[in-house]
Design a protein around this ligand. Structure first.
Ligand SMILES: N[C@@H](CCC(=O)N[C@@H](CS)C(=O)NCC(=O)O)C(=O)O
Length: 329
């Protein structure tokens, strides 16, 4: 049977995001660990990242957001975009936010503390060589830790930002938990684009000791959503913004308006200026890091999506949160 092939890894948030999406769409697909078939991976991958999706037509596509958009153009049902234009755009924003800022939460927590480092290093090590002896496995863990703990700067985690990243996640969790108390998914009774972006990161954070314990101890509705999103399914309709606003407005304001949007605009400006480092006020504190190239690209795509949407309705409903700052082309 013609099927999609997803080359990924369990510890890759963008890969599991892809897998949940294909499960939801009911499209035939196969999950392949990247390391288990490096030759096929090399044949189709244009850049060395996962996920890589190989279509039934034998075409390799990369980057989770464009992959979803490519598949959506062919198979719009079951829908992942709410009908209500404001809810639909909030979902687009959360997809981008999950991918780009949620990744800071996950990546930072994964490599900040010894318990999490050893857990992730051990899991990555076993993925790379499941049959290694204990001694070989220890060596692999050391190599993985050496590489990853030296890479946290890449997502902007450093001495200045570590506490800010943790505060951001700890403030987002209770807001998400309250919102998910009365609905199975972020936009109602079916998974939306925004759920997939947010979930890939939060699910991966939950598989690590520190975030997993915090979520399990304090946020039962987030935990249930984490489980649900592994095999998402329609349980009813999407909601309109009227009923979503109370739960999602605080998230859009505190996480996007106060943090992500100022950050992504400053990052974009730093790349345009060729700066080695940039500083920006994020939720009232100074944030300093090296620029991240990919984010400038995805910000440009977000602007195109905003330009094509019902801007007046979106501005009237979401403008107050600050999450639209910088989206006017
Ligand atoms: N924007 C990309 C990000 C993909 C990405 O960063 N993948 C990571 C793993 S989660 C990766 O492959 N990093 C390089 C590596 O692991 O060798 C997407 O949405 O697919």
């Amino acid at each position: 049977m013609p099927e999609y092939r997803i080359f990924g890894a369990e510890l890759s948030p963008y890969s599991v995001k892809m897998r949940s999406y294909f499960r939801f769409k009911g499209l035939p697909h196969r999950w392949i660990l990247r390391n288990s078939d490096p030759a096929t991976y090399q044949k189709y991958a244009k850049i060395p990242i996962i996920p890589l999706v190989v279509t039934p037509e034998d075409e390799g596509i990369q980057d989770s957001t464009p992959i979803i958009e490519t598949v959506e153009a062919r198979y719009p049902e079951p829908a992942i975009h709410p009908d209500d234009p404001v809810a639909a755009f909030a979902s687009v924003l959360l997809e981008e936010f999950g991918d780009e800022w949620g990744n800071k939460w996950m990546f930072h927590y994964r490599w900040a503390r010894r318990a999490d480092q050893l857990n992730s290093g051990g899991r990555i090590g076993r993925t790379m060589n499941p049959d290694a002896s204990d001694e070989e496995h220890q060596q692999i863990i050391e190599q993985v830790l050496e590489r990853m703990t030296n890479r946290v700067w890449f997502v902007g985690s450093n001495e200045v930002t570590a506490a800010q990243i943790e505060r951001s996640f700890m403030e987002a969790l209770p807001v998400l938990d309250a919102h998910l108390e009365s609905r199975p998914y972020l936009f109602g009774a079916g998974p939306a684009f925004g759920d997939f972006g947010m979930w890939g990161q939060i699910y991966n954070a939950w598989t690590d000791p520190t975030c997993g314990a915090i979520i399990e101890a304090k946020y039962p509705n987030v935990l249930a959503w984490i489980h649900r999103m592994l095999f998402p399914r329609i349980e009813g309709d999407f909601e309109t913004w009227d009923t979503l606003a109370a739960g999602l407005t605080p998230l859009l304001k505190e996480q996007l308006g106060d943090r992500f949007m100022p950050w992504t605009l400053a990052n974009e400006a730093a790349i345009a200026a060729g700066d080695e480092e940039f500083s920006v006020q994020v939720a009232g504190e100074t944030w300093t890091q090296k620029p991240q190239k990919y984010h400038a690209k995805s910000l440009a795509v977000l602007r195109q999506k905003y330009a094509a949407a019902d801007k007046a309705a979106i501005e009237a409903a979401l403008g107050v949160t600050g999450c639209l700052i910088g989206l006017e082309a």
